[in-house]
Design a protein around this ligand. Structure first.
Ligand SMILES: [Zn+2]
Length: 411
């Protein structure tokens, strides 16, 4: 193993110690056979490792599985065959947007299962018995064709060999055809192991996998498919009602968020992406306001207008109520009244445009450290005024104004 791979393996072990102990103990107790790793947590832990996983998934995932195989657990069970599956790779790509640039990279798509083949055993490692001397030779089956031993491990002759099924390693394999939600584009997804057999046509799914391109037999064109790493059913709508706004939740959020910001800033700030800010600061802020981020009142990536998507569209009785535009922690944001040239005036303009096109009464612009809230103050023509412009540390002093963008106020 090359030195950099040893280092990557150590990075994964440290990640498991910090984030995955409980999940790993479930595998050790035979409750599960694969470890699902939240990609957002990998980004928080080590943005470079997260980037590498997307760009060089084969080596990085193998290092993650090697690290899991030697993870110290107080149990007899071996983690050697446990798979590592990744979830929440963001942003997901539309199937029709997948291009040759994505080949051999890790991507995530959302779609509807149109067809699912039967799950069938696929041999991973075949055990062959030599008919001349009776020795066993194992051959790892990596390619498309079934491979016999080059020569017998015992007598070094070319067989003949007999396959010993009960001593070979098999895995369940299945093919899903997944269609884009908003177009007719579709792609085949090959999956293996414990996730096979659990999806049927009609399921809405999120698929993480590596895009592969193989030559079409006898043609110059390539056939693309996804080597599925993880498939998750997109949840049924969560009917849990939002909770009532409690100003103390904001105080608690501020305390937590201050230490989160310090933690994220102690890492390389240039690498702090919008996703990290969203997962670690903006989503918790919305929860503190009482929004249930998994129900239909909170729509992520809402179609704002022809130019873009609202990061979070908060709804009131099915109607747009608050647009939330998140920027990465490293972005300086300010309201329009700030003429400091370091700020991003486009973010505020974009948000105000979303408010108009969606008909939202309020807009929130935040990078996790600064919170600017706009209110539509005019009846006949759109006109936005700043309701609040405050830094994280002072947020808890304005719970009266924050109460206006909570779900309880909206009903
Ligand atoms: Zn032999």
């Amino acid at each position: 193993m090359r030195p950099e791979n040893v280092e990557i393996k150590e990075r994964w072990k440290e990640f498991y110690r910090r984030y995955c102990k409980n999940e790993i103990s479930k595998i050790a107790q035979n409750e599960k056979t694969s470890l699902v790793v939240n990609f957002g947590e990998v980004e928080k832990y080590d943005p470079d490792l997260a980037d590498d996983l997307v760009l060089h998934p084969d080596g990085i995932r193998r290092a993650a599985e090697d690290a899991l195989a030697d993870f110290d657990i107080a149990a007899e069970t071996s983690l050697e065959h446990a798979r590592v599956r990744f979830s929440n790779i963001y942003p997901s790509t539309k199937i029709y947007e997948l291009s040759s640039d994505d080949v051999n990279k890790m991507v995530s798509i959302e779609g509807i299962v149109r067809k699912s083949s039967d799950a069938e055993p696929k041999v991973l490692e075949a055990a062959f018995e030599c008919q001349r001397c009776g020795n066993l030779t194992n051959v790892e089956q990596t390619g498309k064709e079934f491979t016999e031993p080059h020569q017998c491990r015992g007598c070094e002759r070319q067989g003949p060999f007999r396959l010993l099924e009960d001593q070979s390693d098999f895995v369940d394999a299945q093919k899903l055809r997944v269609q884009d939600i908003s177009s007719t584009e579709a792609i085949d997804v090959n999956i293996e192991g414990d996730i096979t057999g659990s999806f049927v046509p009609g399921d809405r799914v999120n698929v993480t996998g590596v895009l592969r391109a193989v030559p079409d037999d006898g043609k110059t064109t390539f056939r693309v498919f996804l080597e599925g790493n993880n498939v998750e059913r997109l949840g049924e709508e969560d009917e849990t009602p939002p909770t009532e706004f409690d100003p103390e939740d904001i105080e608690e959020f501020v305390d937590d968020a201050i230490s989160t910001v310090a933690h994220l800033e102690s890492r390389n700030i240039q690498h702090q992406k919008e996703l990290v800010t969203r997962e670690n600061l903006v989503t918790p802020f919305l929860k503190a306001l009482g929004w249930n981020v998994t129900n239909e009142d909170v729509i992520v990536e809402y179609n704002g207008d022809t130019d873009g998507y609202v990061d979070y569209q908060l709804m009131c009785d099915g109607t747009p109520f608050v647009c939330v535009e998140a920027k990465s922690l490293g972005t300086t944001i300010a309201d329009d009244s700030n003429f400091d040239t370091s700020y991003d005036p486009n973010a505020a303009k974009q948000l105000r445009r979303y408010m108009r096109t969606t008909g939202s009464e309020y807009g929130v612009l935040t990078n996790g450290k600064k919170y600017v809230i706009y209110e539509d103050v005019s009846d006949d023509r759109p006109e936005e005024e700043i309701l609040l412009s405050v830094t994280l540390g002072d947020l808890a002093q304005y719970t009266d104004r924050l109460a206006r963008i909570t779900p309880v106020e909206s009903s």
